[in-house]
Design a protein around this ligand. Structure first.
Ligand code: PMV
Length: 320
C-alpha cells in the first residue's frame, strides 16, 4: 500500500514565534494563518525495512526526521515499521515560504493514510505539530488559528469565506534559509530582551485580528498584520547573535508597499524566517500590484495565491 497526501503552505497573518514548551512543540504566541491554494507539498509513503526521506529527489539526513517519524508511528500504531517517504514541493523549499508547514502536514497525512487511520483532523493537526508548529494549521483550509499553548490548530473561517482575498508572494531569494525557525525562535526566547514583551502583547493582536477577519475588514486587519511581523522581527534583530533574515530587496519591497498604500493600494505585507515578502491584497488589485512592484523592485519572481483547501489524503495499492 501507499499513503498519499497533498497540503498547501500555511502563511501566518499573526505570527507564531517562540515555544511555550520545546518538548511538546507548543507555541508561546497564538497565530492566525491562511492555507494557500496552488502551492503544495505532495507526499507519498510506503512501508520499507528502514526509514528514509527524499525531498524534491534528494535523500535527506534522516536524523532530522526521526523524532517526527517516531512520533507519527507511536500515534498511529506503526511502531517498528520502516517508512519510505517521498515528497515534492512545487515552490522554493526552506526559504521562508512555509514549506515546513505544508511538508510536515502532508507527511502526517500520508502516514495516516498508509496506516488506514480514521484519525480526525484534530489528531492529524496534533501529530503534524511534532514536525513543525506551523504544520498544525494547513490540515484545515481557509483561515486557521493555532492558539498559544495549544496542541492543535483549529479552523477559523472556511476556504470560501473571503473570495476577494489574495496573497502575492515576492520571491527575493530561492535558496534555503540560513537559520531554521526552530533554532531562531529558541535563540530569540533565550537572548532577546524584547521576547517577553512580544509574547505578552501577542494575545491582543490575535484577538483584534480575528475580529477584523470576521468582518473582512482590510483597513483594520492590514495594520495588525504589519504590527505582528515587525514586532516578531524586533525579537529577531535583538537576539544574540542577531537574526537578520532580510535582504536589501526585502526592505525595498517594504518601502515600496508603504508608497503604494499612499497611492491607494490596499496591500499589507508580512515576512517569515526568510527574505521573502508576502503581500495580502484584494483580488482586483493583485495584477496591478505585481506590475507596480516589478517596475519598482525589478528582477524578482512573483506568485499569487488565494485561500486554499486543507489536507487531502488517499491510499493506493502498491508494491509491499
Ligand atoms: O513552525 P515553524 O518552525 O514553521 O515556524 C513558523 C514561524 C513563522 O513562519 C515565522 C511564523 C508562523 O506563524 O508561521
Amino acid at each position: 500500500m501507499k499513503g498519499h497526501a497533498v497540503a498547501g503552505p500555511s502563511l501566518a497573518l499573526i505570527k507564531y514565534w517562540g515555544k511555550r514548551s520545546t518538548a511538546d512543540n507548543t507555541p508561546a504566541t497564538g497565530s492566525l494563518a491562511v492555507t494557500l491554494s496552488g502551492l503544495e507539498s505532495r507526499t507519498e509513503v510506503s512501508f520499507d525495512d528502514r526509514d528514509s526521506v527524499v525531498v524534491n529527489g534528494e535523500e535527506q539526513p534522516i536524523d532530522r526526521f526521526l523524532p517526527f517519524l517516531d512520533g507519527l508511528k507511536a500515534g498511529l500504531d506503526l511502531e517498528n515499521r520502516g517508512l519510505a517517504v517521498k515528497s515534492t514541493n512545487n515552490f522554493p523549499t526552506a526559504a521562508g515560504l512555509a514549506s515546513s508547514s505544508s511538508g510536515f502536514a502532508a507527511l502526517a497525512g500520508a502516514v495516516a493514510a498508509l496506516a488506514g487511520s480514521e484519525a480526525p483532523p484534530s489528531k492529524l493537526s496534533a501529530l503534524a505539530r511534532l514536525g513543525s508548529g506551523s504544520a498544525t494549521r494547513p490540515i484545515y483550509g481557509g483561515f486557521t488559528v493555532f492558539d498559544a499553548g495549544a496542541l492543535a490548530a483549529e479552523p477559523e473561517q472556511g476556504e470560501s469565506f473571503w473570495p476577494d482575498f489574495r496573497v502575492v508572494l515576492c520571491v527575493v531569494r530561492e535558496g534555503a534559509k540560513a537559520t531554521s525557525s526552530r533554532k531562531g525562535m529558541e535563540s530569540s526566547r533565550l537572548t532577546s530582551p524584547y521576547y517577553q514583551p512580544w509574547v505578552d502583547s501577542s494575545p491582543a493582536l490575535l484577538a483584534e485580528a480575528r475580529n477584523a477577519l470576521s468582518h473582512r475588514d482590510w483597513s483594520r486587519l492590514g495594520p495588525l498584520v504589519r504590527q505582528s511581523y515587525l514586532r516578531m522581527f524586533g525579537t529577531m534583530f535583538s537576539s544574540e547573535p542577531p537574526l537578520i533574515y532580510w535582504q536589501p530587496e526585502s526592505l525595498a519591497l517594504i518601502q515600496t508597499l508603504e508608497a503604494l498604500r499612499r497611492e491607494g493600494f490596499t496591500a499589507y505585507e508580512t515576512m517569515d524566517a526568510g527574505p521573502q515578502v508576502k503581500v495580502f491584497c484584494p483580488a482586483a488589485q493583485a495584477v496591478e500590484l505585481v506590475a507596480e512592484l516589478d517596475r519598482r523592485v525589478p528582477g524578482l519572481r512573483y506568485l499569487t495565491a488565494a485561500p486554499g483547501p486543507g489536507l487531502r489524503t488517499w491510499r493506493t495499492p502498491g508494491e509491499v
